[in-house]
Design a protein around this ligand. Structure first.
Ligand SMILES: NC(=O)c1ccc[n+]([C@@H]2O[C@H](COP(=O)([O-])OP(=O)(O)OC[C@H]3O[C@@H](n4cnc5c(N)ncnc54)[C@H](O)[C@@H]3O)[C@@H](O)[C@H]2O)c1
Length: 345
């Protein structure tokens, strides 16, 4: 028996992970590979942001013997079917998506393509292949206009404010129907503002750090009155991997806060710190880490945005024994260290 970080008795599995050239997919694949699992990665390298950053992440994953990557669009049913035929995975972690709240105002069709058609194509694969566990990323944006804090998975979540949120919520519903019809064990995560090294260029931490280091102004929406439940990427990935072992069974509840479906092996789980931080505190941490003051431009609220996110983490804690806890001073410093080294600034 092999002995790796995950301990004696570990079952080594084959995972298909979608979105492996992306921020979270990269960390997830790396974590699984270090535990000794095999990972088949799928990513279309979509040019939503700098493709070089995606290629660099993919190059690092290629250094692991257990990693195979496919450049393919999950909305292409034939390509996806071929990959699944060859790879026969035990588990699937579906992270590929068109992300971003603001971009969804300009290019809504890309969300239908990747998040609806792409997710449907993956569900069709697992329906025919019968895998142990299908896991998919959704978002805190699914809580939409809710102000019922903290956001508990049992909330109705029926007020999506953007097409991004609507397609993710739609994906959750598609997963429930497949779990019901085909008995496919399924866990859907709702991530809360994930950040850290190798992070996305379209997200605030990257844009602010870049502008502050260049001495350019940063744009602060809702005049800075925003609060986010920031989640450090390594904590997030630890939670994802622990949840992969927590296979849901219909109606088997772990508490009165459990979102387990009464009819299907399907569960929704928040992954967040449960410790929201004001945006202005986050910006102060960037200023401390870069050693420079930001030039601040205050703007009104952006359409589709929300003032506050706050995760109820009881379900995650009960299922895994773990709650993300990295503080923003640590996480922001790690990001800025990576950014300066990567871009040599
Ligand atoms: N980063 C966050 O704060 C956050 C918060 C909530 C939810 N999420 C969700 O987590 C997941 C990962 O997000 P991320 O931050 O790593 O984003 P990312 O954009 O860095 O990664 C997504 C990857 O999916 C790939 N992709 C997109 N459409 C595809 C398609 N049709 N076929 C194949 N590949 C495709 C992209 O090329 C990209 O590399 C997404 O589902 C996202 O919606 C992220």
């Amino acid at each position: 028996m092999k002995f790796f970080g995950s301990g004696w008795g570990t079952k080594f599995m084959k995972y298909v992970v979608t979105g492996t050239a992306g921020f979270i997919g990269f960390f997830t694949a790396q974590h699984l590979l270090r535990q000794g699992h095999e990972v088949v990665g799928i990513d279309a390298m979509v040019p939503y942001y700098d493709v070089k950053l995606k290629e660099r992440r993919n190059d690092i994953l290629q250094q692991h013997r257990g990693f195979t990557s496919h450049k393919a669009d999950i909305a292409d049913l034939e390509a996806v079917t071929e990959i699944f035929k060859k790879s026969a995975p035990q588990r699937v972690i579906h992270l590929a998506a068109q992300a971003g709240v603001r971009y969804s105002l300009e290019f809504p069709e890309t969300y239908i393509h990747s998040n609806i058609v792409g997710t449907f194509n993956l569900l069709e694969q697992v329906r025919h292949k019968q895998i142990e566990h299908f896991l998919m990323a959704s978002t805190s944006s699914a809580y939409g206009a809710s102000t019922d804090f903290p956001f508990c998975e049992l909330q109705a979540a029926d007020t999506p404010l953007t097409i991004y949120a609507a397609t993710k919520r739609g994906g959750e519903h598609m997963c429930h129907s497949y779990a019901n019809l085909w008995g496919q064990a399924t866990t859907v995560f709702r991530f809360f503002s994930v950040y850290g090294p190798w992070g996305r260029p379209d997200m605030a931490l990257f844009k602010f750090t870049d502008a502050i280091l260049k001495g350019e102004p940063i744009e602060i929406y809702n005049h800075g009155n925003m609060v986010r439940d920031f989640t450090y990427v390594e904590d997030l990935v630890k939670a994802i991997v622990l949840l992969a072992d927590a296979i849901p069974a219909a109606g088997q509840s772990v508490g009165d806060f459990d979102s387990i479906s009464p009819v299907a092996p399907y569960r929704l789980v928040n992954i967040g710190n449960g410790d929201p931080v004001p945006l202005m505190t986050f910006i102060e941490e960037i200023e401390k880490s870069t050693g420079k003051s930001a030039i601040k431009t205050y703007l009104p609220m952006q359409p589709g945005d929300v003032e506050k996110t706050f995760a109820d983490t009881r379900l995650l804690k009960t299922l895994t024994g773990f709650t993300p806890g990295a503080k923003v001073d640590y996480g922001v410093a790690e990001f800025v260290r990576w950014f300066r080294e990567y871009y040599q600034v």
